[in-house]
Design a protein around this ligand. Structure first.
Ligand SMILES: [Zn+2]
Length: 319
């Protein structure tokens, strides 16, 4: 499975910052060590072009990021301190998603070891999301004629407000060409949720059985409604019980079953599938070893790549 990755996905953050920045490098290591991906599968992105970023973002916002002139309030809303490294990182991740979407169209399955930054709006970063990689990538692929319609399956525990806002939800379907499906915690961030094409809000504490039944009900319907040329899957792992920012209660087995169900359902539909991370904020494992929150989070993010590789018969070696 071809995946996008760049060492520049990891940038320094102040100590004790809530975002587990090390998860991107840890995921890269885990997937290579397990043979889920091979070294030759890695696609190294460059920084996304401004002309592409303008497909989803305002010139004012891009200029402010580039020059480090976001206001304190804007920076606080974004949840990450602005820096030249963060600006570069954000553009690398956008290009990584663009490359992964294109690879998925060619190969049937591909991914980015980052991305799914679904809270980013046209003129603002929000909730640890700087740029909306999915919006830029899908608009770029539509512009160049690689796809006509796309389906965004957003299973991060937080609603995909930025993506929903940009693509306009049901009002804009089918003219906008992008169907947004978000299944998320009803009481979670963001507290203002612009409508996706289809939103499914889950009560606090939703368990494996209820979650998987709800997904099994909606997913085949949205694939049929969207009739897409590409499915982009935001496989956020903040649905796990004990996540620092989640409010629902999947087990590790439930998470694997979720990712397997998405891969199987999309594969049966014959539509190319692109895998993206989105959120995950694991608390440290109970074992008294040197594992960090970033490592534990990365291990959860590895689930979707393991399951998809198995479903598509792409596993490089038995781990
Ligand atoms: Zn999230």
């Amino acid at each position: 499975m071809r995946v996008s990755y760049h060492p520049g996905y990891v940038v320094p953050l102040p100590e004790k910052h809530a975002f587990p920045m090390g998860k991107f490098a840890a995921l890269h290591e885990i997937l290579l060590a397990e043979g889920v991906i091979a070294p030759g599968d890695i696609m190294t992105p460059r920084e996304a072009e401004r002309s592409d970023l303008l497909l989803a973002h305002t010139p004012r916002y891009l200029d402010a990021l580039a020059t480090g002139t976001l206001t304190r309030q804007e920076e606080r809303r974004m949840g990450l301190p602005q820096s030249p490294a963060l600006w570069r990182r954000s553009r690398l991740a956008v290009q990584g998603t663009m490359n992964a979407c294109l690879a998925a169209v060619h190969d049937g399955l591909a991914g980015n070891l980052a991305g799914g930054t679904h809270h980013a709006h046209p003129d603002s970063g929000r909730g640890f999301c700087v740029l909306n990689d999915v919006a830029v990538a899908l608009r770029a692929l539509r512009r160049s004629g690689w796809i006509r319609r796309a389906l965004v399956v957003d299973l991060d525990v937080h609603q995909g407000d930025g993506t929903a806002f940009i693509f306009g939800g049901e009002r804009a379907w089918p003219a906008g060409g992008v169907y947004t499906f978000s299944m998320h915690g009803a009481k979670n961030y963001p507290f203002h949720k612009p409508p996706s094409t289809r939103d499914v809000a889950l009560p606090d504490g939703t368990d494996d059985a209820a979650y998987l039944a709800t997904l099994a009900h909606h997913l085949p319907e949205v694939i049929a409604e969207a009739d897409p040329d590409l499915v982009v899957y935001l496989a956020g792992v903040d649905v796990i019980a004990g996540d620092r920012f989640g409010r629902i209660s999947l087990t590790r087995e439930g998470l694997a079953a979720r990712d397997r169900a998405v891969a199987e359902t999309v594969r049966q539909s014959g539509v190319p599938l692109c895998l993206l991370l989105s959120g995950g904020y694991a608390t440290r494992g109970e074992r008294a070893d040197r594992r960090t929150s970033a490592y534990d989070t990365a291990d959860l993010h590895a689930t979707v790549f393991r399951e998809a590789a198995a479903v598509y018969g792409l596993r490089q070696s038995a781990a």
